[in-house]
Design a protein around this ligand. Structure first.
Ligand SMILES: [Fe+2]
Length: 240
């Protein structure tokens, strides 16, 4: 039997991540949603202003490098295409306000223990690895926003489609009020497709198929820890 293609192996890693991660499988609660807004605002800022830029720096392919910088700029500076000129973390801040967090609370938030461990792990997986492994690290979690992985609502609408669905039910928010998740279904499919296409092309060219798949699996394990850490911390805060 022919060996599976790199893309099929990468897709299998994303599918496994979507099926096994407790944060996706367990119900969302007010405590978990609040913790997600606090931590993910910090995480998106850190990844897109530090970690992904290291990957861009290491990347010798001009188009791929500029693609990374453009995506990071939409995340941390301004997204004119999908976000009306606001950065994604600013849109997440607006969502935080809608679920009862104050801006002061969000701005004072510190990364929890598991978020800090995730950043340290990603530093190792993104800053000082071959740039192609870094590109995989940049794109593998956004890939879960593309429909087709996992089961149920997630399979039909992607990770943020699932979040939009369950946050909407829990907080009685309209589609427009859940803009943060909706814009990612569009923006991340565009970011992720560019990344995924580049990965396929370069993995073959550089004979790095196995390293690429391993990088995808490792990065998604860090995402699993990051998200389950948010779940656990959200439960602790709610119990207090
Ligand atoms: Fe984003």
């Amino acid at each position: 039997m022919a060996r599976k293609s790199v893309l099929a192996r990468l897709d299998a890693a994303v599918d496994d991540f979507c099926r096994r991660t407790r944060y996706f499988r367990e119900d969302i609660t007010r405590g978990r949603a609040r913790m997600f807004a606090l931590q993910h605002r910090l995480n998106t800022r850190h990844r897109n202003s530090v970690l992904k830029l290291k990957v861009a720096t290491n990347c010798p392919d001009w188009d791929t490098r500029i693609g990374i910088l453009r995506a990071c700029s939409e995340e941390v500076i301004a997204d004119h295409q999908h976000g009306g000129g606001r950065a994604h973390w600013e849109i997440l801040e607006e969502l935080g306000v809608r679920i009862g967090l104050s801006r002061a609370e969000m701005r004072a938030a510190q990364p929890i223990r598991t978020t800090r461990i995730a950043w340290a792990a990603w530093e190792g997986l993104m800053a000082s690895r071959h740039w192609l492994e870094g590109v995989v690290a940049n794109t593998c979690a956004e890939r879960a926003n593309v429909p087709g992985y996992g089961t149920g609502v997630m399979k039909r609408h992607g990770w943020f489609g699932l979040e939009r669905h369950r946050w909407g039910k829990l907080f009685k928010l309209s589609g427009e009020e859940l803009e943060f998740f909706e814009l990612h279904e569009e923006a991340d499919i565009a970011h992720s497709d560019a990344g995924w296409r580049a990965v396929e092309r370069f993995a073959k060219q550089l004979h790095m198929e196995d390293a690429t798949v391993a990088a995808c699996e490792q990065n998604l394990s860090v995402w699993e820890m990051y998200l389950d850490g948010i779940g656990a911390a959200g439960d602790r805060c709610a119990a207090r």
